[in-house]
Design a protein around this ligand. Sequence first.
Ligand SMILES: *Cc1c(COP(=O)(O)O)cnc(C)c1O
Length: 427
Amino acid sequence: MSNYQIATDCLHAGYRPGNGEPRNFPIVQSTTFRYETSEEMGKLFDLEASGYFYTRLQNPTNDTVAAKIAALEGGSAAMLLSSGQAANFYAIFNIAGCGDHVISSTSIYGGTFNLFAVTMKRMGIEFTFVDPECSEEELNAAFRPNTKAVFGETIANPALTILDIEKFAKAAHAHGVPLIMDNTFATPVNCRPFEWGCDIVTHSTTKYMDGHALTVGGAIVDSGKFDWNAHADKFPGLTTPDESYHGVTYTERFGLEGAFITKATVQLMRDLGSIPSPNNCFLLNIGLETLPLRMKKHCENAQAVAEYLQGHEKIAWVQYAGLPGDKYHERAQKYLPNGTCGVVIFGVKGGRAAAEKFMAGLKLASIATHVADAKTCVLHPASSTHRQMTDEELAAAGVSPDLVRFSVGIEDAKDLIADLEQALAAV
Ligand SMILES: *Cc1c(COP(=O)(O)O)cnc(C)c1O
């Protein structure tokens, strides 16, 4: 692991050029790699040697960026995927299959909820959704003999629920399964879930990591700390031979540090192929270089916006953990002492109709199905990202029908507040 501070790792981790080599890691825009003999290539196919042969499995550009993200999270290994959706799917499907069960917080991103409750359910994986504020007893009662993982978001999109990481990690470990967390909104700059007992982290790199609304992408990072062998009967995919690689056992060959990511790469990526392009990984890397600077500014601006909205007569409610009275303020001080994220949620008095009028009046902030971008954007989840959900599911996910998700960018806060002021005046 690196001894540098995170701002330094954002620039340097994953790639150190040798003498005369390019300062930026090049875009290796090649699907394939040449070998002198078939025998050499055969060793790669048998996982007996490491090397590149086809970009669906591995690519040098992608790998340097993955190594940087692993360093930022303090993990042992990482892989990049073509989207955050793919990252969450692979992270769970790597250890759970037909007939298995997974516990998830109810307060998660709408796309992830659909993935779990609809698509993965059709694959035979059953999910139990638990209120993130449930008691330890309630959480423990959700486990079954076939439970394979527990899932939650550090800061939920869009409800901004902050997960009690230690409570979830304790319950997961007591039942011999890993805690998987989507750390998209916090980013490793503001929270490193591994330091609190989380075992595997996922990201939609589309958000703050990219930061400029350029590329859709995802990442999975393994802490390398979960002992698959201690619960070998639950995780046969990692602890028993894989016939598709002449009987390789991942935990034996790659150790606890490498087993999870190696299996997800050589098995799931080989078969399902959700790879990001090297060009997109190059762009993601540029975003990562300035992540700490941007996160600081996002948090400062969001704090200013939240404080302005809180005092406004046309605003029904505001939620932002930086506000002293916020229900997650205390928990944020513990897990995210340097700030949470740039997203503020609120309700406009007059409900859905007033929210729509207000949004149409914004001139600087754009209405976009995007969040966590350098440019301020705004969304009404109940009529867009979460529109497949029933009212009960919406309530469980912490999304009220009047909720406006305001993703504060890095513009000058004065201009953002002036924009809010004029849009609210017209409501
Ligand atoms: C956007 C998002 C996703 C999905 O990521 P894509 O890159 O859009 O596929 C997953 N989790 C969270 C928390 C998100 O915000």
